[in-house]
Design a protein around this ligand. Structure first.
Ligand SMILES: Nc1ncnc2c1ncn2[C@@H]1O[C@H](COP(=O)(O)OP(=O)(O)O)[C@@H](O)[C@H]1O
Ligand SMILES: [Mg+2]
Length: 342
């Protein structure tokens, strides 16, 4: 478990991290999202003390990192692996030697080191590239090599600083899948910094949003996606759902909405699929629905749905429909259409 308590980082008077507190549980896949310059890297580097905080405390498994001797800190750091956007491989040695590098000086035989490295290269899916040089690898393969290298000292925590930001979308998905499998197989705790909300959506069970050195919102990814509160969080969620843009598009094409229709957004979570609800709406209340747009995202395996539709019927019946939907825990937002709001 990682506990960051009231941590601030000050660079000659410039506060890059401001009084941040964060708890990351064992085997979390914790996303830290924010725009460039928000302080994400600086914050995460305080976990292994690559960056010393100016104030506050960092506890890893209950151990106060700032209280460790140099030697103990070196040992502790071995349990915290790190990977980066630009891989940071050594170009003049082979993939295998890159992976061995962190334990090069350890007192085990060369052969044992080699076997361990080969096993890890197999685990990350590039065993056949052991004798290749980094320049012969694709971006995805380079990151796989960097991951194998990070695993060489049997870490319990893996810090990923924009690890997929230099990769194309398909390779990004593959690397995120690999990280997810390592999280499960090796019980690895993963902290991933990213400016892409898509990464959080695909990998993280929890996340925090950072802006100007502060955490503006944090929580389980599902909650963040289902009900973002902060302006910036909403902006990040919107990048994956495009709901607001869809609503704008619908409003711009008002021709598709007739005068006697009400434009509504429905939002639902989990198993409450809307299909039976929509037939209920007609059967019980005589209100017709017309679906204009819809999306379903799976967040940590739970569906989060958004539907943009119109209701057509008596106003009093539509009110009953809305009440009925709210009872079924479907979020309802009237976007316009009634009383000439549109
Ligand atoms: N070593 C440093 N010295 C001075 N300023 C720094 C240093 N590292 C980062 N900063 C500044 O701190 C702010 C946050 O940087 P960083 O943590 O890298 O943000 P992010 O990773 O979110 O892009 C930026 O304004 C950056 O210029
Ligand atoms: Mg950064």
């Amino acid at each position: 478990m990682i506990e960051i308590k009231n941590v601030s980082v000050d660079f000659d008077g410039f506060k890059a991290v401001k009084d941040v507190s964060l708890t990351i549980e064992d085997q979390d896949t914790y996303g830290i999202v924010g725009f460039s310059g928000a302080g994400k890297s600086t914050l995460v580097r305080t976990i292994n003390l690559l960056q010393r905080p100016s104030a506050g405390q960092v506890l890893v498994d209950g151990v106060d990192m700032l209280g460790l001797s140099k030697k103990d800190l070196r040992e502790k750091r071995k349990k915290i692996g790190m990977i980066f956007q630009h891989f940071n491989l050594l170009n003049n040695i082979s993939v295998l030697d890159n992976v061995i590098f962190p334990i090069k000086r350890d007192k085990i035989s060369k052969e044992e080191k080699k076997q361990k490295a080969l096993k890890l290269l197999d685990l990350v899916g590039i065993k056949d590239k052991a004798d290749a040089y980094p320049r012969e690898l694709s971006g995805g393969q380079k990151q796989r090599c960097a991951i194998a290298r990070a695993l060489m000292s049997d870490p319990e925590i893996l810090l990923c600083d924009e690890a997929t930001s230099a990769l194309d979308p398909k390779t990004t998905k593959q690397i995120l899948e690999l990280l997810k499998s390592l999280n499960e197989k090796l019980k690895l705790t993963i902290v991933i910094i990213t400016h892409q909300m898509e990464v959080v959506k695909d990998l993280c069970n929890k996340c925090a949003v950072m802006e100007e050195g502060r955490i503006v919102e944090q929580g389980p990814t599902l909650e963040i996606f289902a009900n973002p509160k902060n302006r910036l969080t909403k902006e990040f969620v919107e990048t994956t759902t495009n709901v607001e843009q869809t609503i704008e598009d619908v409003k711009e094409n008002l021709g598709i909405i007739k005068e006697d229709e009400t434009l509504v957004q429905l939002k639902y979570l989990g198993d409450s699929t809307t299909e039976p609800l929509i037939s209920d709406i007609y059967d019980k209340f005589g209100v017709e629905t017309n679906i204009l747009a819809g999306s379903i995202e799976f967040i940590t395996g739970v569906p989060v749905g958004n539907l943009i539709l119109t209701f057509k019927g008596e106003d009093s019946q539509i009110d009953k429909v809305i009440e009925y939907l709210l009872e079924k825990e479907v979020g309802v937002k009237i976007l316009g259409g009634r009383d000439g709001i549109l």
